[in-house]
Structure formats: structure tokens, C-alpha cells
Design a binder for this molecule. Sequence first.
Ligand code: HEC
Ligand code: HEC
Ligand code: HEC
Length: 182
Amino acid sequence: MRARFWLSVAAVLVAGGGLAAADSVIRKWKPVTADELHDPQNPAVPRLQNPAEALSVLPPANAGNQVDWVKALRDGKIQPRTHIDSNTPLRILDSEVIMTRTGDMPYVRFPHRAHTEWLDCSNCHDALFASKIGATPITMLAILQGEYCGRCHGAVSFPLTECARCHNTPKAAAGAVPRRAP
Ligand code: HEC
Ligand code: HEC
Ligand code: HEC
């Protein structure tokens, strides 16, 4: 029952154009004076850089603010500070976890590298996730309610409508990476 519900959610999203190739998408951003976030009466607002100018030079993505931030960082298009104190080193971890409690959907390959290039271990461990494979009872419903991965995805990182960016690993192709129990 539950799996069928999710499959129909996915079908609606796909029908809505969710699978269009990122390259073929024409990207548009509202100017700061019309984004309904800034006060257009404020004389300082027109002096801000517009998102179209800042973001159009970065690699495209289908959703969210239409930038593939992981690629932007890897390609050296942006060089964010590691910390407010610029001498703080990054702690990069290169391991992955295959998450197998995905019903009829492909498995989720969770990459530590792509996260630790932006975040510190303490952003996730151990308040959001125990540092032990399979110990945290993650579900899609909880994620959609803003827990676990949903603390960031849909808020500051790519949105939850991008099913395939997380459900990215066909079950047959999961390989020998450590995995959560089914
Ligand atoms: C930010 C990453 C992420 C995105 C985006 C995402 N999922 Fe998930 N999903 C997960 C994780 C993590 C699990 C739990 C895996 C585990 O516990 O082993 C999960 C579990 C599931 C399950 C298993 C049943 C359940 O309720 O937990 C289904 C079905 C599912 N997702 C469907 C979807 C669909 C459909 C979409 C798009 C609308 C989607 N997911 C988007 C990460 C994601
Ligand atoms: C974006 C969130 C996030 C960040 C940041 C993060 N982790 Fe994790 N970590 C996870 C998730 C999710 C799992 C899988 C948990 C599960 O299977 O229940 C995990 C699993 C682990 C595990 C157990 C699996 C294994 O490979 O042995 C260890 C150890 C671990 N993390 C250490 C770290 C360290 C050290 C850092 C910083 C360098 C870090 N993590 C940063 C989310 C994160
Ligand atoms: C503390 C915040 C945070 C949490 C929690 C978090 N993520 Fe992310 N995630 C990010 C950020 C930031 C990025 C990079 C920016 C972006 O792609 O939007 C990212 C990127 C990713 C990517 C893209 C990797 C690539 O190579 O393009 C995947 C896949 C992903 N996350 C899956 C997950 C899954 C699955 C979970 C839960 C198990 C999770 N994330 C939890 C912040 C988070």
C-alpha cells in the first residue's frame, strides 16, 4: 500500500517534467526587487546583486535555486570559506552508506564526501544520525516532515521532489559498500 502511494507520488512528479535534462532547462530567477523577500521600497535593495547575474554562471540543476552546488564546488567555480575563522581545516570523510529501507524505490547511496565538503561531522552526528550503520530509524514520511535528511534537503540543499538524486542506486548495482539492513 505504502510503496504504491510513493510510486504514484513519483509518477506525478515525473509527469510534471521532473526528468527534464538539466542542460535543456531555461533558468529564470526573480530580481531582488520582485522576489517578495526583499522590501522593494528600501533604497538599498536595488544595489544588491541579482540572483540571475550571480547564479547563471554556475552549473545547472533542475530544482531549488537551479544550481548544482556539488558540481560548482568541485569545478572550482566557488571557493567558500571553511569556517568564519579561515584557518579552520575541513574534515573530509570519503565513505558511503547504502540505505536499503526504500520499498520499491532504488536504494539511497549516502555520500559522506559531498556532505563533509560543506558541513562538519557535528552538524549530523550524533543529534540527527548515530555514527553506526542502520541505528537511526529514518523514514520518508519523517524526511518529508523535516526530520533527518529533510532538515536540510528542501530547506538549504536540493529539494525532496528530486527523488532520483537520493534514490540513485539500482538494487542490483549496490556493490560492496556498507549498507543499512533491509
Ligand atoms: C534527501 C534524500 C531523499 C530524497 C530527495 C527522497 N528520498 Fe525517499 N528515502 C530517503 C531515505 C534516506 C530513506 C530511508 C532509507 C533507509 O532507511 O534505509 C527513504 C525511504 C523512502 C521509501 C521507503 C518507505 C518509507 O516510507 O520510508 C520510499 C517509498 C521513498 N523513500 C520514496 C521517495 C520518493 C517517491 C521521493 C521523491 C518524491 C523520495 N523518496 C525522495 C531519502 C530521500
Ligand atoms: C549530512 C550528515 C552527515 C555528516 C556531515 C556526516 N555524517 Fe557520518 N553518517 C551520516 C549518515 C546518514 C550515516 C548512516 C547512518 C545509518 O546508516 O543509520 C552516517 C554514518 C557514519 C558512520 C558509520 C558508518 C561507517 O562508515 O562506519 C561513521 C563512523 C560516521 N558517519 C562518521 C562521520 C564523520 C567522522 C564525519 C565528519 C568527518 C561525518 N560522519 C559526517 C550522516 C553524516
Ligand atoms: C546538515 C544538512 C544535511 C543533511 C542532514 C543531509 N544533507 Fe544531503 N546535502 C547537503 C548539502 C549542503 C549538500 C550539497 C548542496 C546541494 O546539493 O544542495 C547535499 C548534497 C547531497 C547529495 C548530492 C551529492 C552529489 O554528488 O551531487 C545527496 C545524494 C544527498 N545530499 C543525500 C542526502 C541523504 C540521503 C541524507 C539523509 C540520509 C542527507 N543528504 C542529509 C546537506 C545535508
